[in-house]
Design a protein around this ligand. Structure first.
Ligand code: ARG
Length: 461
């Protein structure tokens, strides 16, 4: 039997075209178990308010349990005439508890406060899941950072050789970004921790129900302070979309480097066979598809955020049906991350670094020029002059096709008398790295400290 939620005022059912437009079961059905959890809590507060006898409560809870089982097993699902997950579940409840008991559950609640609440429950669960998957990527990065401590690589700005850095330092830079994303999910949860149940359609409930009891049963520490805000706000959803998009963008930046590093020209890394793909036509190919899909999906997640923000921007208070459009972008963001991140952490964990190549490229491209300037400054030379002298060294090397450390003592003297042979100490990668020893620097001792800091942060999260 089709359950219309508003039969009384209408002489006829909805037009087919309206029903097709209005329908959301194809995406909101995944919220069914959350809606049933909310219904159990709601049944208890109806009983607490004296609106449901102990017998009716027991019958209601029993029917809800059976419904939950049938939903889980797939024995019960949305029918073509069900508008949304709530409509379908009310039909399922009435089937099991009968119209007399089943028809009592809707008192004092609205789909507006229902959906606002259960979407939050869903998001809070998946925020934990996504956070855990992000920490798996952090673990994979830390694994390599620990295993390759001491290996130098070319540090870049503008993608040009800039200064040598430790490979571990570079990898941990990505780890910090991801740890902040996980941190953001935790911060977000503080704001998500408020249950809109009890807000009714917009004005609150007239039936003496206890919103806090529902909130606590659903794992929230409090309920909405304002019923209009509870049903009409979606900033918490948008903020989740932002954090998800930010995490995807941070992952995408790692992905872009893996793609570059795996090219023949860079040859910094080799991808494991299990995390790379071949070509249907070119037998030699080994493609970084995991990283490319990561980079591609980041675009989707940014779109999910932008779409949702645009949906929200013109909405007057309180609930408007536009808000139904908040679900698909978020489900897309969650699904994308949950399918991407396990593959991504696997790809990162199984990378093989060509450490010899990284080491040999580290000083190239005159990456030690700043070290000459810094050395001169330590000898008392003004940085403006030191910069010019180091620049002159580069010019001489470039014209002769040699590297900085190939300049002879005589060459150095000719460029500037201040360039005493002692400058050679910093014209080596280990010397350059060791000199960057203040907090946050790439010196091996600092990177060792950093690994401990990452571990400590990781334990906290
Ligand atoms: N399915 C709707 C949503 O996702 C909830 C139903 C509210 N409908 C309404 N006519 N008030 O937002």
């Amino acid at each position: 039997p089709t359950v219309s939620l508003w039969g009384g005022r209408f002489s006829d059912g909805p037009a087919d075209a309206l029903a097709a437009l209005s329908k959301s079961t194809h995406f909101d059905w995944r919220l069914a178990s959350y809606d049933i959890r909310g219904s159990r809590a709601h049944a208890r507060v109806l009983h607490g308010a004296g609106l449901l006898s102990p017998e009716d409560l027991a019958a209601m809870l029993d029917a809800l349990d059976r419904l939950a089982d049938d939903v889980a097993s797939g024995a019960f699902g949305p029918a073509p005439d069900d508008e949304d997950v709530h409509t379908a579940l009310e039909r399922g409840l009435i089937d099991r508890a009968g119209p007399e008991v089943g028809g009592r559950l809707r008192a004092g609640r609205s789909r507006n406060d229902q959906i606002a609440t259960l979407f939050r429950v869903y998001l809070r669960e998946h925020a934990r899941e996504v956070g855990g998957l992000l920490l798996d990527v952090v673990d994979a990065l830390v694994l390599h950072a620990r295993a390759h401590l001491g290996v130098a690589m070319p540090g870049r700005t503008h993608l040009q050789h800039a200064q040598p850095v430790l490979l571990s330092h570079h990898l941990l830079a990505h780890a910090w970004a991801l740890l902040r994303d996980v941190d953001r999910l935790r911060d977000w949860d503080v704001r998500a921790d408020e249950s809109p149940y009890g807000s009714g359609a917009l004005a609150g409930t007239a039936l003496g129900l206890d919103p806090l009891a529902v909130a606590h049963e659903l794992g929230f520490s409090t309920s909405s302070s304002n019923s209009i805000d509870g049903t009409a706000s979606r900033d918490v959803v948008a903020e989740f979309a932002f954090v998800a998009a930010m995490a995807a963008v941070d992952i995408s930046r790692i992905a872009e480097e893996v793609i570059l590093w795996a090219t023949r020209e860079f040859s910094f890394v080799t991808l494991d066979d299990a995390f790379s793909t071949g070509s249907s036509i070119m037998p030699q190919k080994k493609n970084p598809d995991v990283a490319e899909l990561a980079r591609g999906k980041a675009g989707r997640l940014v779109g999910d955020l932008a779409g949702l923000m645009t949906t929200l921007k013109g909405l007057p208070l309180a609930y408007n049906r536009d808000l139904q459009e908040d679900k698909e972008p978020i489900f897309d963001a969650v699904d994308s991350l949950e399918v991407l991140l396990p593959a991504f952490s696997g790809m990162v964990a199984t990378l093989t670094f060509d450490t010899e190549r990284l080491e040999s490229l580290a000083p190239q491209g005159f990456a030690l020029a700043t070290d000459i300037a810094d050395w001169l400054v330590r000898q008392g030379v003004a940085f403006r002059i030191a910069h010019e002298v180091a620049g002159a060294c580069v010019r001489v090397c470039e014209s002769r096709g040699i590297e900085l450390w190939e300049l002879t003592d005589e060459d150095l003297q000719e460029i500037d008398p201040a360039l005493q042979p002692g400058v050679r100490e910093v014209l080596s990668v280990p010397g350059s790295l060791a000199s960057r020893s203040s907090r946050g620097g790439t010196a091996p001792e600092r990177v060792r400290d950093q690994l401990q800091e990452v571990d400590a942060r990781n334990d906290e999260l």
